[in-house]
Design a protein around this ligand. Structure first.
Ligand SMILES: NC(=O)c1ccc[n+]([C@@H]2O[C@H](COP(=O)([O-])OP(=O)(O)OC[C@H]3O[C@@H](n4cnc5c(N)ncnc54)[C@H](OP(=O)(O)O)[C@@H]3O)[C@@H](O)[C@H]2O)c1
Length: 344
């Protein structure tokens, strides 16, 4: 049987994404072949496409795509946890791979969890990486408590909207940075929007959280997926004493290139060592602890089925038009997550 997948044929612009036809992969022992219904497109995908310098980039040609939802098509030997025809969701990177931009993908059964019936596969795929990341940052790294005040950067993005929805469920008071055109969405999700392009977010946070004592100004936790030395320094300044800064990404590569990564790591280390009564933290790999991954993803998909979370799907684009998704992400002015859907 033949299938199509989209490969990064060489590093470069969105046009390097090309569909190829190949023999369909066979699941090995412990693996499941999934017929992909939806695949997530993320900011990371752009970094892997643009350059081979990012640690962990596979050799060309390779297939992008960190998260999928699909239907179990064929079981490898020794798989008893899922059945053919069942809808499942999973991340592709748990064992160091990618591969979601495809009609079929083979993944370890242990990385797949069942999707409750009635759930939209495009919304479900948003839950995999974005909500797992948000959950990890909020509940495992920052350990937020009801009533705390948080600042979410990139609040209208895929992970940002997930953080706001989980933050609302956790009873947090929230502030979110976003471009002006995304402020209505940020407000709808329960946060006070701050325009990072025209406002000083440190000053805005200090003003918005002004307390009796000068030392109490600031938030309890900042979630920063933007990165860069200056950005992280300022995020730290938006915390009051005892606050936590959770860093989990480098969206700033869009403008500044990969050199931002070592500068970011240097600043994170400096903030970790600085005796200022605040804590700088980074999130561990999502796929490191399979028990946590399975349990949390199942819990999040149940929240979706119950209507307690509602992922923001920026756009649904057919797999055959994968290059268009990257064009869209490069242009910006979207909110939530861009999703590839199986071509009819
Ligand atoms: N550690 C992990 O496990 C993990 C997993 C997933 C993602 N991540 C990280 O999280 C980052 C966000 O991922 P995503 O999929 O949510 O990306 P995304 O959907 O592209 O969202 C990022 C948003 O950030 C906003 N933005 C850009 N520069 C900003 C700035 N200086 N200040 C505030 N907001 C800014 C933009 O919003 P506006 O349009 O409103 O300007 C953009 O929509 C990625 O870059 C990645 O590094 C980490």
């Amino acid at each position: 049987m033949k299938y199509h997948r989209v490969v990064v044929s060489r590093h470069g612009g969105p046009d390097v994404l090309q569909a190829v036809e190949e023999d369909c992969p066979e699941p090995r022992t412990g693996e499941v072949r999934v017929k992909v219904l939806t695949a997530g497109v993320s900011a990371y995908d752009l970094m892997f496409r643009r350059s081979g310098l990012l640690p962990g980039t596979p050799r060309v040609p390779f297939t992008l795509g960190a998260d999928i939802v699909g239907v179990v098509d064929k079981l490898g030997e020794e798989v008893a946890t899922v059945e053919p025809g069942q809808m499942v969701a999973g991340a592709t990177f748990c064992r160091g791979g990618l591969g979601g931009y495809a009609e079929f993908v083979c993944l370890p059964a242990s990385d797949l969890v069942p999707v409750p019936s009635g759930v939209d596969p495009a919304e479900a795929v948003c839950v995999v990486v974005n909500y797992l990341t948000a959950h990890m940052a909020m509940h495992r790294t920052a350990n937020v408590r009801s009533g705390e005040r948080i600042l979410v950067h990139g609040a209208a993005g895929g992970v940002g909207t997930a953080l706001l929805q989980l933050g609302k469920l956790a009873g947090l008071e929230m502030y979110g940075t976003a471009s002006r055109y995304n402020h209505e969405l940020v407000s709808t999700l329960g946060a006070t929007p701050i325009d990072y392009r025209t406002e000083d977010f440190v000053k805005r946070i200090r003003d918005l959280t002004k307390g009796e004592a000068l030392t109490s100004d600031g938030v309890d936790a900042v979630f920063d997926p933007i990165g860069g030395a200056r950005q992280l320094w300022r995020s730290n300044r938006a915390l009051h004493k005892g606050g936590r800064l959770v860093w989990f990404g480098v969206a700033a590569t869009k403008k500044k290139g990969l050199r931002i990564i070592p500068l970011t790591l240097l600043m994170v280390t400096l903030l970790m060592l600085m005796p200022d009564g605040k804590r700088a933290l980074s999130t561990p790999d999502l796929g490191k602890d399979n028990a946590w991954y399975r349990e949390t993803l199942t819990e999040l998909l149940d929240l979706l089925a119950e209507g307690k979370i509602k992922p923001v799907v920026a756009e649904r684009i057919p797999l055959a038009e994968a290059a268009r998704t990257h064009d869209l992400l490069e242009r910006g002015r979207y909110a939530g997550k861009v999703v590839l859907v199986a071509s009819a």
